[in-house]
Design a protein around this ligand. Structure first.
Ligand code: THU
Length: 134
């Protein structure tokens, strides 16, 4: 039977096919379940002006916020590669904005390899609101 993580990987797999990645040819899909139980998805959207491209995780987070949800319960990201793709540094910070330290992020390949880490493991020593206290 499909579990919660399998459902996220299935959603990430589906949205990955829509990625706009003509420059890297590296399509990425991300899916997150918010604390309301809704799944939000995103894919990478590259641009001829390379730095303007956006990651799959950023797209999924934008979709979540646009839908009115604000908290990530679980997230999965998938790409085709020898090893599961891990979120870039910027995306780790973006995920942290909306996820607690124990939220599980599952990284997967289209061939079926996967592993999971918590947000705290992905971004140790994260910059947070507490650092701005006066
Ligand atoms: N990329 C993502 O969308 N998510 C990741 O976790 C890693 C990298 C994208 C950015 C760029 O479009 C392509 O993968 C190659 O870096």
């Amino acid at each position: 039977m499909e579990n919660d993580t399998d459902a996220l990987i299935a959603a990430a797999t589906a949205v990955r096919k829509k990625a706009h990645a003509p420059y890297s040819n590296f399509k990425v899909g991300a899916a997150l379940r918010s604390t309301t139980g809704t799944i939000h998805t995103g894919c990478n959207v590259e641009n001829v002006a390379y730095p303007e491209g956006t990651c799959a995780e950023a797209g999924a987070i934008a979709a979540m916020i646009a839908a009115g949800d604000t908290e990530i319960a679980e997230l999965a990201v998938i790409a085709a590669g020898a090893e599961p793709v891990t979120p870039c540094g910027g995306c780790r910070q973006k995920i942290k904005e909306f996820a607690g330290p124990d939220v599980v992020v599952t990284m997967a390949t289209t061939e079926g390899t996967q592993f999971s880490m918590t947000v705290a493991e992905l971004l140790p020593g994260a910059f947070g609101k507490g650092h701005m206290g006066s």
